[in-house]
Design a protein around this ligand. Structure first.
Ligand code: GAP
Length: 486
């Protein structure tokens, strides 16, 4: 079979919408920029990716435990972690069209945070052009915090900010102070990463699990960032899911280089196991000066997307920065008592951090294929790994108006759906049903025909080779067990 054109983002977006993997959020109201909803196959694929990750990194290992913490945490968390002060991007506005961009993403603009986070130093060359209108007339860049703020309790933060501004202008300082106190009491943040809860909960985790170092804590959940330039479909959004691990160890006893390499290898193995194309992934070492000051080593796994090679996942050695910060700000002991050395230690961590949505996009881009079948006929197929495919087996009666075929197909479907993700389909001709399942990525289709009623066998069609073979109904489970677990 001849491979056709390369995959593009337009093709992936169109397939996702057509088949109900992902579609624009709130579409009937004109959408909400860069918000996406996962439809029936998308939510199943996403769940399978997360389940597979959980099995791979948590259930099959003795040295990992799980956590599912609240999205809204005590705001002190973000003060301690440094997010309130430093989790920001440089924002620049075009004076011609008012388009806002990330200054560090425009060629010709050099922008850096000043020492100690006190403002920005920058230079704008004549080559710098607004990505919207192409003109070169910019405002001064400013620091824009990416934290998503909301209020708890019966307050309206917007109204309070408005009042604070009014009292500032009218010179009523006492009233302004009162309003600011109210804001401080009510303002909370949607977490920008799942990781911090793992640090904050560390004392409860060690006392309840009694795990010995080294061990990891894993968490999957939503994170929120007020990104200045979201885009490229589900690549960069303001609301996304992360799968993160904090792997704690004693720096006096454990070799961090070895642990780092082991976790890197596990991430690479996992990526292959979910069908992310190995050739398109590049482990990029982040050089000194570009890493966080507390990190001894950071790797970005970058992927060759159609819009360029960009970050997919990250792996970072974070020292004991986070636990130490939380110890200082909370006044609580965040150390671990090592009974072998009789010493207290604030563990160090290595953090594998994976975006679910970005992972799903990389899987779709790796598995999308167009095949030329002759006479202008092109087959679109998602060659998803059977372990994560939203549907693993589809069952068809050859004709929908033949009750005896429908009854037999239903009987087979009912038996298979207890063990695999199965779908019953009697819509349109069988050829069309195959093509629909190819686009969903279903590895096997089973057709019940008139011969099935006589010989107790069905036609099983393989997604990748399109080969068909007769399999006895009695042997179907063994057949699928063999083939779906490959
Ligand atoms: N705790 C470390 C941390 O959050 P990060 O590099 O900022 O590190 C980790 O994020 C991963 O989360 C990224 O590698 C990416 O897969 C995903 N991610 C980050 N921002 C995202 C966004 N705006 N939209 C979708 N995924 C995002």
């Amino acid at each position: 079979m001849e491979q056709k054109n390369q995959v593009t983002m337009e093709k992936i977006e169109s397939l996702c919408k057509r088949r109900g993997f992902v579609f624009p959020g709130s579409e009937i109201y004109g959408g909400l920029s860069n918000s996406w909803d996962y439809g029936s196959y998308g939510v199943q694929l996403k769940k399978n990716i997360k389940d597979h990750w959980w099995k791979f990194f948590v259930e099959r290992r003795d040295d990992m435990v799980g956590l599912d913490a609240a999205i809204i945490m005590n705001p002190k968390t973000w003060e301690s972690s440094g997010h309130l002060a430093n989790f920001s991007d440089p924002l620049i506005e075009c004076k011609e069209c008012n388009h806002r961009s990330r200054a560090d993403q425009i060629p010709g603009i050099d922008v850096k945070m000043k020492e100690g986070g006190l403002g920005l130093s920058y230079s704008i060359s004549l080559e710098a052009k607004c990505p919207n209108c192409g003109k070169s007339n910019f405002s001064e860049p400013s620091i824009f915090n990416l934290m998503m703020e909301t209020g708890i309790g019966p307050v309206h933060l917007g109204g309070l900010y408005f009042n604070a501004g009014m009292f500032e202008n009218s010179g009523e300082k006492d009233k302004k102070r009162e309003v600011i106190l109210k804001i401080n009491k009510a303002a909370v943040y949607l977490r920008p990463e799942t990781a911090q809860a793992i640090f904050v909960d560390f004392p409860n985790i060690i006392s309840s699990t009694r795990k010995k170092l080294p061990f990891g804590v894993a968490q999957i959940g939503k994170s929120f960032r007020n990104e200045i330039t979201p885009g490229n479909f589900i690549f960069r959004t303001r609301e996304f899911e992360q799968m993160e691990i904090e792997y704690f160890f004693n720096p006096k006893k454990d070799d961090w280089n070895k642990l780092f390499d082991e976790l890197k290898l596990s991430m690479e193995e996992w990526m292959v196991s979910v069908g992310i194309s190995k050739e398109k992934v590049h482990a990029v070492e982040i050089p000194d000066g570009e890493r966080a000051h507390y990190s001894k080593r950071t790797i970005d796994f970058e992927f060759e997307y159609p819009f360029g090679q960009k970050e997919l996942f990250g792996l970072a050695y974070r020292g004991n920065y986070d636990l130490s910060q939380h110890q200082e700000f909370s006044g609580k002991d965040m150390s671990y008592f090592d009974s072998e050395t009789n010493e207290k230690v604030i563990p160090h961590v290595i953090e594998p951090s994976l975006g679910v949505d970005r992972g799903l996009l990389a899987i779709l881009l790796s598995s999308y294929q167009e095949e030329e079948l002759g006479e202008g006929d092109v087959r679109i197929v998602l060659k998803l790994k059977p372990t994560i495919a939203p549907v693993q087996v589809a069952v068809f009666p050859l004709l929908k108006n033949k009750p005896e075929l429908v009854a037999k197909a239903r009987e087979i479907y009912d038996a298979l759906k207890m063990e695999w993700r199965a779908e019953f389909d009697d819509n349109g001709n069988v050829g069309k049903r195959y093509r629909r399942q190819d686009e969903i990525g279903t590895p096997y289709c089973i057709t019940v025909d008139f011969d099935s009623l006589e010989d107790g066998a069905v036609t099983v069609r393989d997604r990748d080779t399109m080969a068909q073979e007769r399999v006895k109904i009695a042997d179907l489970k063994a057949y699928l067990l063999d083939n779906l677990n490959k």
